[in-house]
Ligand binder design. Structure first.
Ligand code: 5AD
Ligand code: SF4
Length: 433
């Protein structure tokens, strides 16, 4: 038997790319994965186009592989993901050593593309094919795996926020049928998975089940051995009553919700084409917290969006102050070619940097407070891996805080109550309760 070739995949961007990278590795069944590009026969960069910096990283990374390709001319180099989708032919022009370009909707065709690349041809596929890629991908293999997994249930977006490339790179909103997801979830559980995070760019707009995302969650909750369900990323406009109620009623649905608002000023929200006001968002959070009082809220923010004034930015700080996020991610606005906001006048970059720093300071303060408030409480931890010290085990609480326990005689995949005793910068320390 010939030894399998080696595949090195580097993943950028969002969790959906993490999931896609797993599926691409599975699709390339003649390869086994390696952790280093140095001994690879094929290098695949699974890329992100969401901000300019993310896209530019791809070109600098490709530059680094030049030497490898010279030393080993048989090495194949591929670019997948959202930069591939947005700039496919341009990548091949800028970096002639790239053999293969595949967009996020066509990676089920990787085996054919790989064969083409092996034959010395350039292989490019950035179609939005008619066929369902998931139907054409192999069943997932049965090898055991870690206790947590991502599972893509919905892709693409029809909301067209004025800053965002997703509707162009991932296409229109598409939901996978519930039965397909149930089968994949059962397979994952057989392989040792205890927690799934349902993924979608607009996951709460999921319509592959008659009763929407909450219907899917309730069905998944019936799978024995699947103990925890999460989902991300949600849009405020798609948080329906049944989903809010599920947060209060479904024990397996974890008390954590990523619900980006992007800005706190109604003027900016309107220009972003978000379709809701700051007040509507705040009242929505009130309803969610009424259903599940301990829910940990998480969000995303963009500062320096075109025409954002200091007063608009102050509205963002006020909103953050009111919500008090357990986690939040903030970004300086980055112009994305082809999006509606790309034509608009930019805020002074130094001013935008200053706002970003002020927002991040406030967010960090809240994150730390929310985390410190866990001290003295008992949380449930899904143990995932040994810690840095002998005998230490680490995992995540239901609120997604990292928790480690010394001298914990628990196996990977165990869920156990832990009393939190200390809080440090990025994690909590606890004792088995
Ligand atoms: N500039 C800056 N941040 C952006 N995001 C999306 N598009 C842009 C952009 N053009 C942020 C949003 C989104 C997160 C995934 O990335 O906050 O929620
Ligand atoms: Fe980046 Fe968006 Fe593509 Fe995810 S979907 S990789 S965040 S551009």
């Amino acid at each position: 038997m010939s030894t399998p070739k080696k595949l090195y995949i580097k993943t950028y961007g969002c969790q959906m790319n993490v999931y896609d990278s797993e599926r691409m590795a599975e699709a390339l069944s003649g390869y086994e994965q390696t952790q280093s590009p140095d001994d690879a026969d094929m290098i695949l960069l699974n890329t992100c186009h969401i901000r300019e910096k993310a896209a530019e990283k791809v070109y600098s990374e490709l530059g680094r592989f030049k030497g490898l390709k010279t030393a080993k001319p048989d090495l194949k180099i591929g670019v997948a993901g959202c930069v591939a989708q947005a700039e496919g032919p341009e990548i091949m022009r800028r970096q002639p050593m790239v053999d293969l370009v595949v967009g996020p909707q066509s990676y089920h065709r990787l085996p054919e593309l790989e064969a083409k690349a092996q034959a010395g041809e350039k292989a490019l596929d950035t179609d939005f094919p008619e066929e369902d890629k998931f139907e054409h991908l192999k069943r997932r293999p049965k090898a055991t795996r870690g206790p947590t997994a991502f599972l893509t249930v919905q892709e693409g977006c029809d909301k067209f926020c004025a800053f965002c490339v997703v509707p162009y790179t991932r296409g229109a909103e598409v939901s996978r049928p519930a039965q397909q997801i149930m089968t994949e979830a059962r397979d994952l559980v057989e392989r040792g998975v205890r927690e799934v995070t349902l993924l979608g760019q607009n996951v709460n707009a999921y319509h592959g089940h008659d009763a929407g995302l909450s219907g899917l969650i309730w069905d998944l909750a019936k799978i024995d051995g699947l103990e925890r369900i999460r989902f991300t990323t949600s849009h405020p406009r798609d948080m329906d009553d049944a989903l809010i109620a599920a947060h209060g009623e479904c024990d397996k649905l974890m008390p954590y919700l990523h619900l980006p608002v992007q800005a706190g000023s109604d003027k900016i929200l309107k220009r972003m084409n978000r379709g809701h006001t700051a007040e509507e968002y705040l009242r929505l959070i009130e309803r969610i917290r009424a259903a599940r009082p301990d829910i940990l809220m998480s969000g995303d923010f963009i500062v320096g969006f075109p025409e954002e004034t200091e007063a608009d930015f102050q509205d963002t700080l006020d909103l953050v102050e009111e919500v008090k996020y357990g986690y939040a991610y903030s970004f300086k606005y980055s112009t994305r070619p082809g999006t509606p906001a790309a034509e608009r006048a930019l805020v002074d970059p130094a001013e935008a940097d200053d706002r970003l720093q002020r927002l991040q300071a406030l967010i960090t303060k809240h994150q730390r407070q929310v985390q410190d408030d866990m001290v003295g409480k008992t949380v449930n931890v899904l143990f995932e891996k040994p810690g840095r010290l002998e005998g230490q085990m680490g995992g995540k609480s239901e609120y997604l805080h990292a928790v480690h326990v010394d001298d914990a005689p628990v196996a990977r995949g165990t869920i156990a109550p832990v009393k939190i005793v200390a809080s440090s910068t990025n994690s909590l320390a606890g004792r088995l309760a």
